[in-house]
Design a protein around this ligand. Structure first.
Ligand code: MAN
Length: 444
């Protein structure tokens, strides 16, 4: 039944039935009571919203100050890094120079001692091929192969020095002699150790037999003979192995290739350290800038709640939303919060259509045979504490809900409350009402 016309001055319903006495007044009272509740919630909400605005402002000011500080520090580090890079490059040049010099020195020693410096390019190339062909396994073979290369070279020339043994030939043959002695000595000592071991074993065996025998005969167990002095002596040491003289020189060459200067290492470390610091600083700066350039809704109120979460109470599932974070249904993801629409966003064609108090979470866990889960939350005005309620699933894996929070308690909301209900407004527009009420919005 349409009761609108009861208050439009005609005193009867559209059907022609008379309006009950006081109907218009009763409706007005219930409308006023409802509006008074809404206004109370609005006023409490506005008080909390003002606090959120203050907090948001403080956070933005802090972020701005910290971005400035970070920028200045990054600038300083960039200048410092430039200097350190130049120094490290110079130190590295000096290191490479010194390394090349040392390598060349060691190579010269080898070439001279092996007599390779007297061979022509062709003779050296032939030697390389011979070496590759004979799959040289040790330094002795290398020295012999070079020796035969020199002998071959000497055959076609008067050059006497090619026939002479090289310094390496001499040291290699002296080494060989020492090696022979060492091997002999090693064998002798090994034999001695073995004989000592056997004697000891024998003596222990005899003592054990004597003990067992005495025990069997019930006689007194004899005290074992003390170990002979020889057994008490320290075991003779095997002579130490000696490196082949060619290996000694090759090792020195290898070492020179790994040459490093302490100054270069220090310069490199100082540069790397500042580079690391700068990258950390730049990352923080980027974070601070991202925070500053993001949209936080009207009066930036959403910033005050960054990283805060609200959970629903009761219901088959527990829903949870985190501002600028994720939404979940128990342990299932309902997505990540999309950026809030920016007030200056030119791409938003019709800003009027954009609800500044709507949170959208998208790209949640994929629904079996359906879309990725998503949740849309409409913020309705109310004081703290916030409440997440009426979460529904209008179509599979597409969720919507409401959040009562001070965020939406702004002046537009007040204007909405103060506006007459749609049917009254329609009636008022059609015929002059016989009862007009004004409400003056509170001024803050
Ligand atoms: C889970 C929940 C439900 C959803 C189904 C779809 O049970 O996320 O909300 O409808 O998966 O399979």
């Amino acid at each position: 039944m349409d009761t609108t016309d009861c208050c439009d001055g005609s005193d009867e319903y559209a059907s022609g039935a008379a309006c009950p006495t006081g109907e218009c007044q009763r409706r007005m009272q219930s409308f006023q009571a409802e509006r008074a509740d809404q206004l109370r919630a609005l006023e409490d909400g506005q008080r909390d919203r003002r606090q959120l605005m203050e907090r948001a402002k403080k956070l933005l000011d802090e972020a701005e100050a910290s971005a400035k500080e970070l920028e200045a520090r990054a600038e300083q580090l960039r200048a410092q890094l430039e200097q350190l890079e130049a120094r490290a490059a110079e130190e590295e040049r000096l290191e490479a120079e010194e390394r090349d010099r040392q390598v060349a020195d060691k190579q010269d020693v080898l070439l001279r001692q092996l007599g390779l410096d007297q061979l022509t390019q062709r003779q050296l190339a032939t030697l390389v091929l011979d070496m590759a062909r004979s799959r040289i396994a040790n330094s002795d073979d290398t020295v012999s192969l070079i020796r035969s290369a020199r002998e071959q070279a000497a055959a076609g020339t008067e050059e006497q020095s090619l026939k002479d043994p090289t310094q390496m030939d001499d040291s290699a043959s002296a080494y060989k002699k020492r090696e022979d002695t060492r091997r002999r000595e090693t064998k002798r000592i090994e034999r001695e150790i073995e004989s000592r071991r056997k004697k000891k074993e024998q003596r222990e065996k005899e003592a054990e037999e004597a003990r067992a025998k005495a025990e069997a005969e019930g006689a007194e167990v004899p005290t074992p003979e003390p170990a002979p002095a020889e057994e008490e002596e320290e075991e003779p040491k095997l002579p130490e192995e000696e490196a082949h003289p060619l290996d000694v020189l090759l090792d020195a060459l290898a070492e020179s290739k790994g040459f490093s200067r302490a100054e270069t290492t220090a310069a490199r470390e100082a540069r790397d350290e500042v580079e690391k610091q700068l990258s950390t600083e730049e990352k923080s700066l980027e974070d601070a800038k991202n925070l500053l350039f993001k949209s936080y809704g009207p009066d930036n109120v959403f910033l005050a709640l960054k990283d805060e979460c609200v959970e629903s109470a009761g219901g088959a599932y527990k829903y949870k939303i985190c501002f600028f974070g994720k939404a979940t249904q128990d342990h299932t993801s309902l997505g990540t919060m999309k950026d809030l629409p920016s007030e200056t966003d030119e791409t938003e064609k019709d800003q009027e259509d954009v609800d500044p108090y709507r949170l959208e979470f998208t790209q949640g866990t994929k629904c079996w045979n359906g879309p990725h889960r998503s949740l849309t939350v409409d913020v309705v005005c109310g004081p703290l504490p916030m409440e997440l309620y009426e979460v529904e699933e209008p179509s599979t894996c597409v969720y919507k809900g409401k959040l009562r929070a001070p965020l939406a308690c702004d002046e537009q909301h007040r204007a909405k409350i103060m506006a007459p209900p749609a049917d009254v407004a329609r009636a008022a527009a059609a015929t002059p009402p016989h009862h007009i009420e004004f409400e003056v919005p509170a001024v803050f």
